[in-house]
Design a protein. Structure first.
Length: 227
């Protein structure tokens, strides 16, 4: 068991990734307001006065930005909410796991690889149901295939549809998406392609294969089409 008292949560920045809520929302496929609520909590109106919902993230927050690890935690929050688990139950699960594994419980290899047993053991409400618990375990098992661990914590994530050719790494270019081997940001390649309209020209400029240009353009284009 980790001594969580001596752990220091990495701060958002070039060494640990840095994402605005807008960028995080894009990567998660949810609204920016939802990212803010999950990360920082929110105030809601009661009949007499106001109530406060605590954040799901178990870290010392820098409102407005997320580190790579915080972003990865929210992938699991999104999955739980999508399965119909009330946010208070997701938060309670995160809090219980954090007491055992530290501030990034859903990024720990023990939780991702341990899957259903750990998640259900620490869960509340709907997550304890066999059907929901199994779906969460299946998601954790699938997610393990998309990540690389460093010191038992997720350090790199590759979107599944890009077969490790595009990835986000907490230690490379602030965690933004890059083309593998070359670590050139996909946004940079896309911007040049928009201007030139010729992948071979872009490939020659960056001295990379045309196939890498195509991957970067496809990755970036999916966000703009969805906007």
């Amino acid at each position: 068991m980790l001594d969580v008292e001596v752990q220091t949560a990495p701060q958002p920045g070039l060494r640990h990734g840095i994402y605005s809520y807008r960028e995080a929302a894009r990567l998660l496929g949810v609204a920016s307001q939802r990212v803010s609520r999950w990360a920082d909590g929110y105030v809601f109106q009661l009949k007499y006065g106001q109530g406060k919902s605590r954040p799901v993230l178990q870290t010392e927050r820098h409102p407005g930005v997320l580190s790579f690890a915080e972003l990865f935690e929210l992938f699991f929050v999104r999955e739980y909410v999508g399965l119909g688990v009330p946010l208070q139950h997701v938060r309670a699960t995160a809090e219980a796991l954090a007491r055992e594994f530290g501030p990034y419980p859903f990024s720990r290899s023990e939780v991702l690889i341990g899957g259903r047993e750990l998640l259900v053991k620490n869960a509340e409400g709907l997550l304890r149901r066999p059907d929901v618990g199994q779906l969460v375990a299946d998601y954790a098992e699938w997610m393990v295939k998309q990540v690389q661990f460093r010191q038992e914590v997720v350090g790199r994530y590759s979107p599944p549809e890009f077969d490790d050719q595009v990835f986000l790494d907490r230690e490379i270019r602030g965690g933004e998406a890059v083309v593998t081997e070359f670590a050139i940001p996909t946004r940079v390649i896309y911007s040049l392609w928009v201007r030139e309209k010729d992948m071979s020209v872009v490939a020659a400029y960056h001295d990379i294969p045309v196939g890498s240009v195509s991957l970067a353009v496809r990755y970036e284009a999916q966000w703009r089409l969805a906007a």
